[in-house]
Design a binder for this molecule. Structure first.
Ligand code: PHE
Length: 449
């Protein structure tokens, strides 16, 4: 039985959904933390260069494969392959991507659960006992399990509603809300003492650090994670883009939004750190290194909010709501990757697929929560340092080396008639063929050596 595929109902819908996937904890937590730990503005500068020069071409490769295939990640990759050998390779890459997306969700949901608990905590101060309030921020098994469960349920609920009614509708609701919260928080932080010093550290790069190998590699890794590459997610979202849409300008807009929001998040968090420092919270060690890199948002910022008195409760709640929303619009894309595969491959209804896969992913999260020290860091490393770069690199290889040039050009030309004479067509094929695979390969080698 042929399945009628749901698509994004408008160009705007795709932009918000894809930007929703891209903009997540990676932007609002990962980017500012890495910036603070890697020499401030030097990292921001390198991140911007790499996001546009390397991550954007790889991102285009994924959404074009998807739009051409009009199917889940595995089928779309198979569609580009010609020989049997290539088809086996395509299947392997697709499956690793789909499983990787599920694994990302299994740890992402835990972190998103913390964000939700921290959103409620300031409010619970008003209504509940200090014991309940303490439970929300204490690192307990019950708190972690319950909030991860709630978060995964939210994902199942949105994904089971489908592409236009679920993903698109909720991205359209949540993304503007997230943006407004971000702007309000930035404006507020800039009224506080110490913010100006943070701004200077954020926007004046120390160019002597820009080319430090570890900085360059972290920036590239960050750019790839941030654009949701190497997980099959953007292939699936690409498959929901109507054929009459100019996919190149669409991809460029999503990249701009992703980078723009990361920049704005830095504009909030770096000055907020300096405000906290001005209030006596210790942030840097004597030799200038950032203390508590991973726990920045859970320790440094809450102590800043605490110092603000009553308004601090509101600001804290808004800040963690911002994080939770950003996490949700990203996590739905992680669930959509595996769900679209199961729906199309095994002909199982969307609701059932979302439920089954959600249950499997929650089981995985529970396993991680129960063996936190052993598994949390391990799964993150496995996916973000190994499978994502490799799958991303293979997608570039498919576009650059396997897909026939004419067929590729014809795909881009749909919705973009002048593609052949465009700057994009002059530069991008070389990038996906040579530069992206080499650069991603370098990151991969560096991370395993
Ligand atoms: N891009 C998301 C973020 O920045 C993370 C993500 C990775 C989403 C892979 C989907 C797939 O947080």
């Amino acid at each position: 039985m042929a399945i009628t595929r749901d698509v994004f109902s408008s160009r705007f819908g795709f932009i918000l959904a894809a930007a929703g996937s891209a903009v997540g904890l990676g932007n609002i937590w990962g980017f500012p933390t890495q910036t603070a730990g890697n020499g401030g503005a030097a990292f921001v500068f390198m991140y911007m260069v790499l996001a546009f020069c390397l991550a954007f071409p790889a991102f285009m490769a994924e959404i074009i494969i998807g739009r051409h295939g009009q199917a889940n990640a595995v089928t779309s990759l198979l569609n580009v392959a010609n020989t049997n050998k290539q088809k086996r390779f395509a299947f392997l890459v697709g499956i690793v991507g789909v499983v990787g997306a599920g694994l990302i969700l299994s740890f992402y949901a835990i972190v998103a659960g913390w964000m939700m608990a921290y959103t409620i905590e300031p409010i619970s101060h008003i209504f509940f006992s200090s014991e309940t309030t303490g439970w929300l921020t204490d690192f307990s098994l019950s708190r972690n399990l319950i909030f991860t469960f709630i978060f995964i349920l939210l994902n199942i609920w949105i994904i089971s509603k489908g592409v236009s009614n679920g993903i698109e509708t909720w991205s359209k609701r949540l993304m503007p809300l997230m943006f407004i919260l971000l702007i309000i928080l930035i404006l507020y932080v800039f009224t506080l003492e110490g913010a100006a010093q943070g701004l200077i550290a954020y926007i004046s790069p120390d160019f002597s650090r820009v080319f430090e190998p570890s900085l360059v590699l972290s920036a590239l890794g960050q750019a790839f994670f941030s654009l949701s590459l190497g997980s099959g997610v953007m292939i699936v979202y690409g498959s929901y883009i109507p054929k009459n849409t100019n996919i190149v300008s669409l991809g460029a807009q999503v990249t701009l939004i992703d980078v723009g929001i990361a920049f704005l998040a830095g504009l909030l968090i770096i000055p907020a750190m300096y405000v906290a420092q001005a209030q006596g919270v210790e942030i840097f060690s004597a030799d200038g290194r950032l203390l508590a890199e991973d726990t920045l948002v859970f320790q440094v910022l809450p102590s800043l909010f605490n110092n603000m008195g009553d308004i601090g409760l509101l600001v804290a709640s808004a800040f963690f709501a911002l994080m939770s929303i950003a996490a949700l619009t990203s996590s739905i894309s992680m669930l959509e990757g595996p769900v679209s595969y199961v729906v199309e491959r095994f002909n199982i209804s969307r609701v059932k697929s979302a439920l089954y896969l959600g249950a499997i992913i929650f089981t995985m999260s529970a396993l991680i929560i129960n063996n936190f020290d052993l598994l949390f860091g391990f799964i993150i490393t496995l996916v973000t340092k190994y499978s994502q770069p490799l799958v991303g690199m293979c997608c570039c290889i498919f576009v650059g080396w396997i897909w026939q040039r004419n067929s590729l050009l014809n795909e881009i030309k749909q919705g973009f008639e002048n593609a052949e004479s465009s700057m994009f067509w002059k530069v991008w094929p070389i990038y996906t063929k040579i530069i992206c695979p080499l650069a991603i390969g370098a990151v991969f080698l560096h991370s395993i050596l």
